[in-house]
Design a protein around this ligand. Structure first.
Ligand code: HEC
Ligand code: HEC
Ligand code: HEC
Ligand code: HEC
Length: 429
């Protein structure tokens, strides 16, 4: 019976990992010709900029992700972990390179290229030769030939969060953290913008032509899909680790500051609260920054499923404290509820009044101790800034926003009461 559960779970967590597809990855060099995507400058007459390779190789952090593994920081991480080196360690290459299965590597594929075009856009075996022949070949044709629909925030979120949260064989585990790997942070809308414009260049333009060829979603939809996808990834890691380990699961499935804190008793932490977000005395809290923020958002929207989401979060947390047995079912139920809540929230029109309520709800949740550490706090803060930008208030509130991020800067010195005070200043304008 127990073995069956394990086998079933191995299957379920496999299906959460993106369908990477069976197509061959032909390699960055296949995209880089100056007539294709390797133009030195954007080509004004074309629908796409055509300088994507140039932008990627010079300004995109992903192009350097493999090189990072050769650097001093990685050498130190590898030494502390007892690995011979980082650049050949599958555990590192899983996220720092285009880690296509060996059978799917075309002749120009090179692991040293780092996170190349096809890591995100999908193996190009079936679309490389024809994808540019618009209007004869449409975007839909390309998708049918294996191009990934990255304009869809759900698809994009799943792709980015596959590395920026983890999933399947990609896991920034506690050993890596203890050896010096940075803690992972992700919010889809913020990270897409940060990345799209890295180095002051644009990977692609969201102009009228783009909007016409593809759909563009609002920041709210990106936020919702990003939270849902990140929470799914996190659940997948939690479930997999509770199943695989006979004793304690890997510590990285827990909120870091469940353990890494001093011995002072801090009475504000959810004391007297009875809801799902209340941190209980002595509890090893799971990494739940994304799903907490999704819950607060659904509260602001008065979503009908808010009570079910709240109950599902609590059930998973309780199951994790009780031992491995109940975790897979609780994680699966939370996954189902997250999808339903995300559909409900995505379908809303989000009026100015709704957005004002989101700001109020985030700051009231912070006062109640719902963001007890840096990881949860930064999710609330990135959401707050996104909503202020939607209300065209972000520039005007610059000083308060700077204060908010100052309160988040040092995880070891994070003070939830101070965080609640500064987030409170950003309530409904
Ligand atoms: C789950 C995916 C994942 C795994 C596994 C992973 N990394 Fe990372 N790594 C990242 C991400 C994402 C970042 C960027 C973090 C950020 O800034 O948000 C990063 C950042 C880094 C940095 C900091 C880079 C800089 O510019 O300062 C180093 C060094 C690093 N990783 C080394 C390693 C090594 C060595 C391993 C293997 C032991 C490893 N990573 C495994 C995802 C991963
Ligand atoms: C980190 C993931 C990632 C990497 C790596 C990446 N892209 Fe992109 N790319 C995206 C996303 C996301 C978009 C925007 C969504 C979309 O339109 O598909 C995009 C958009 C584009 C577009 C514009 C599409 C349009 O319709 O206007 C082109 C062209 C493009 N990428 C080519 C490349 C090339 C060439 C490379 C490698 C040199 C590359 N990309 C590497 C994620 C990536
Ligand atoms: C194959 C794994 C992988 C995928 C997929 C991926 N990333 Fe990354 N990303 C990384 C790694 C590793 C780094 C760190 C690279 C470095 O430090 O040089 C990084 C760095 C970044 C950074 C810079 C972070 C910082 O602190 O400077 C941003 C922003 C980013 N990624 C956004 C995205 C977005 C948006 C997507 C999806 C469209 C995405 N990434 C997809 C692995 C990935
Ligand atoms: C279940 C408890 C627990 C959780 C949760 C936990 N850690 Fe740890 N951590 C430890 C223990 C135990 C050690 C080893 C003892 C020591 O070195 O202080 C450690 C060591 C470390 C170290 C090395 C400290 C040093 O002095 O060398 C770092 C860095 C670290 N953890 C980061 C993290 C991060 C980041 C997270 C969240 C992703 C996290 N930890 C989650 C228990 C935990």
């Amino acid at each position: 019976m127990k073995r069956l559960m394990v086998a079933m779970f191995a299957l379920i967590s496999l299906t959460i990992v993106p369908a990477e597809g069976a197509d061959k990855h032909l390699g960055v060099a296949s995209c880089a010709s100056s007539l294709c995507h390797g133009s030195a400058r954007p080509l004004a007459a074309q629908a796409v900029l055509q300088n994507e390779y140039t932008t990627w190789s010079q300004f995109d952090p992903h192009a350097g992700a493999y090189k990072v593994l050769l650097g001093a920081k990685s050498k130190e991480i590898a030494r502390r972990m007892g690995l011979p080196n980082a650049h050949e360690a599958p555990a590192c290459l899983a996220c720092h390179a285009e880690n296509a299965p060996v059978a799917q590597r075309g002749p120009k594929y090179q692991v040293t290229d780092g996170i190349g075009c096809e890591t995100c856009h999908g193996g190009s075996e079936r679309w490389l030769a024809t994808h540019y022949a618009s209007p004869k070949v449409t975007h839909a044709d390309n998708l049918a030939a294996g191009l990934t629909a990255l304009e869809d925030p759900k698809v994009r979120a799943n792709q980015c969060a596959g590395c920026h949260v983890g999933g399947g064989d990609r896991f920034a585990n506690h050993k890596m953290m203890a050896a010096g790997h940075p803690r992972l942070v992700f919010e889809l809308d913020t990270y897409t913008e940060l990345w799209r414009t890295s180095g002051g260049r644009e990977h692609y333009k969201r102009d009228a032509d783009y909007v016409q060829r593809k759909s563009v979603t609002t920041a709210m939809v990106n936020w919702i899909d990003g939270l849902a996808s990140s929470a799914h990834r996190q659940n997948g890691l939690t479930a997999a680790n509770f199943v695989r380990t006979s004793a304690l699961p890997d510590f990285a499935v827990y909120a870091c500051y469940s353990c890494h804190r001093d011995l002072k008793v801090t009475p504000w932490q959810g004391e007297g609260r009875r809801d799902a977000l209340a941190t209980r005395a002595g509890e090893l809290r799971l990494q739940d920054g994304h799903v907490r923020t999704l819950l607060v958002l659904s509260r602001a929207a008065r979503a009908s499923l808010e009570p079910r989401l709240s109950a599902a979060i609590r059930t998973l947390q309780d199951a994790s404290s009780a031992g491995a047995g109940g975790v897979p079912a609780a994680a699966a139920e939370l996954d189902r509820v997250i999808d339903q809540v995300a559909s409900e929230l995505r379908a809303r029109s989000w009026t100015q009044a709704d957005l004002g309520r989101v700001l109020d709800e985030l700051s009231s949740a912070a006062r109640g101790g719902a963001f007890p550490d840096q990881a949860a706090g930064e999710q609330a803060a990135m959401g707050m800034v996104l909503v202020l930008a939607e209300l065209d208030q972000d520039r005007k509130r610059r000083a308060d926003i700077d204060q908010l991020f100052a309160a988040l800067k040092d995880g070891d010195a994070f003070d939830a009461a101070r965080f609640a005070r500064v987030i409170g200043r950003l309530q409904r304008p």
